[in-house]
Each structure stands twice: as structure tokens, then as C-alpha cells.
Design a protein around this ligand. Structure first.
Ligand SMILES: Nc1ncnc2c1ncn2[C@@H]1O[C@H](COP(=O)(O)OP(=O)(O)O)[C@@H](O)[C@H]1O
Ligand SMILES: [Mg+2]
Length: 265
């Protein structure tokens, strides 16, 4: 699954995250890079810090958590110290985010299309007609049904898998340099999971992606490299075949065993 990878898109250097209430260190010292054309899978048990990593990279560190060290660079530009107004230009633009629960990303009283159109107009300065055409093309690429690819549908009118694909469309409509996907296929049936992973794989050829999952089989199917997180630290990282079939760390072997994948050796 080796693809030609390009320049570094995401560079996280020495990121440290602490809980403000009790100064508990949630992520002591995180270092990771993702290059263009590459999907880095972040796997690990629940509570290991995967979502926090994703939120911190997207400038959405939750209330109660603060970064006390480190830097995050996107396309060579430092982003962790941006003001919220500047973040709004980055998020949805250079960074596209796919969350676990697509219902939470869509306002129930707005059509799917209007949300994509709003985003395309904000980030690409398009007029209404051009933005609508782009929304239809994007949703068509996500294989949303109907002549206009469900652009006028409300979120509740779509199935779970369709909503998930619409959310990926929203994440991709402005051609982001980086896709952040947190458990993008959890709670979907297996055929739809594969479709969605294939869509992400195709898009990642033009961008870079960080895909968080507790599903190590899904990670194996689409990722180029895998990083294994344990209690806020990356304990093992390498090409997907090496991590899945020749893991170094005992924790990775346990994770594989519990996923019934096992190790070849
Ligand atoms: N807003 C918050 N305030 C304090 N602690 C948090 C907050 N969000 C997450 N945490 C803690 O950070 C750790 C990692 O959580 P998370 O990144 O959600 O794990 P994962 O996505 O790997 O399941 C957990 O111990 C969790 O309790
Ligand atoms: Mg999580």
C-alpha cells in the first residue's frame, strides 16, 4: 500500500496536554508527522488520548484541557498559537474534520447542501451558484443518491451511512491539506465502512490524513503508517505491515490479539 509521499503537512512537536483541574498530564510529549499522500492511523484503547490529539491539532482543545508545551505546524506554518478568528480560516479550509457522530455536525433545520454551500462560500469566496454546483459535485463524489445528490435533503432524511458520507463531503469541499478523522466508521455496517474508508483513502492521495480508530482492522485496510497510543504516549509507530504483523511492543500484540487479528509470527 505504499504511495509516494510528499512534503510534511502536519508536524506535532513535543505537545504536552494537561487537565487544568488537577494538572494531570494527559499527553506528556507527543511527536508525530503526516506527509502529503499518507494516512497515519492512530490506534489505542479508549481513554488513551486519541480524540484529544485530534482536537488539539484542529484547534479544538476542550475546555478544562490546556497545552503546556510544544508546537503544531501545518504546511510549515505554526498553528497552535493562532487566535480563534484565524482558526476559523484554517478549520474547514486547510483542515477538514470528520467526527464520529455526523448528526452533531449538521444543524437539523438546515439542508445538507446549505451547510456545504456556506462552507465553500466562506473559504473559497464563491458566489451562490458556483458554491451550489460545487456542493452537488462534492456530494456526488461521495455517492449521495438522487439527481442533485441529496443537496436539498435535511440530515434526518439520510441514512447513517449517507450522513457520514455527507460529513466527509463537508470536510473535503475546500480541498483541505489535512483530514482529521475521529472514528469515522464506528457504528456503521461493514459494507458502508469499507465504502467510507475507500473514499477517505482516495482523498488522502491529494492530502494528508490522521485517522483515529480503535478498529485496528480498519486501520490496516487504509493506513500507510500506524501509531499505537497508550496512556497519552505513542509506544510504537511504523509502516502498517510492520505494526500489524511484526509488532515490537507487547501492548500492540495485546491490541492485535483482542482484535482477533493476531500476529503472523
Ligand atoms: N475536557 C477534558 N477535561 C479533562 N480531561 C479530559 C477531557 N477530555 C478528555 N480528558 C481525558 O483525557 C484522556 C484521553 O481522552 P480521549 O482523548 O477522549 O481518549 P480516546 O479518544 O483515546 O478514547 C482521558 O483520560 C480523558 O478522561
Ligand atoms: Mg475518542
Amino acid at each position: 500500500m505504499s504511495v509516494q509521499t510528499g512534503e510534511t503537512v502536519l508536524d506535532v512537536r513535543g505537545l504536552r496536554l494537561e487537565a487544568m483541574a488537577d494538572n494531570r498530564v494527559l499527553i506528556p510529549n507527543l511527536n508525530l508527522t503526516v506527509r502529503r499522500g499518507e494516512i497515519l492511523g492512530l490506534v489505542g484503547q479508549s481513554g488513551s488520548g486519541k480524540t484529544l490529539t485530534c482536537f488539539a491539532v484542529g484547534g479544538l482543545t476542550p475546555p478544562g484541557v490546556r497545552a503546556t508545551a510544544g508546537e503544531i505546524h501545518l504546511e510549515g506554518r505554526r498553528i497552535d498559537n493562532l487566535a480563534e478568528a484565524d482558526w476559523r480560516a484554517v478549520r474547514g479550509g486547510r483542515i477538514g474534520m470528520v467526527f464520529q457522530d455526523p448528526l452533531s455536525s449538521f444543524n437539523p433545520v438546515k439542508t445538507i447542501g446549505s451547510i456545504l454551500i456556506e462552507s465553500a462560500r466562506r473559504h473559497q469566496n464563491l458566489d451562490k451558484k458556483a458554491a451550489r454546483d460545487l456542493a452537488v459535485r462534492t456530494l456526488k463524489a461521495m455517492r449521495l443518491p438522487g439527481e442533485n445528490a441529496s443537496v436539498d435533503a435535511y440530515p434526518h432524511m439520510l441514512s447513517g451511512g449517507q450522513r457520514q458520507r455527507a460529513m466527509i463531503g463537508l470536510a473535503l469541499i475546500n480541498n483541505p491539506a489535512l483530514i482529521l478523522a475521529d472514528e469515522p466508521t464506528t457504528a456503521l455496517d461493514p459494507t458502508i465502512q469499507l465504502q467510507i474508508l475507500a473514499l477517505l483513502r482516495r482523498q488522502a492521495e491529494k492530502a494528508a490524513a490522521l485517522m483515529i480508530t480503535h478498529d485496528i482492522a480498519a486501520a490496516g485496510a487504509v493506513c500507510d503508517r500506524i501509531a499505537v497510543m497508550l496512556e497519552g504516549e505513542i509506544v510504537e509507530e511504523g509502516p502498517v505491515d510492520q505494526v500489524l504483523y511484526d509488532p515490537v511492543h507487547a501492548f500492540t500484540r495485546d491490541l492485535l490479539a483482542s482484535a482477533h487479528l493476531g500476529s503472523k509470527r
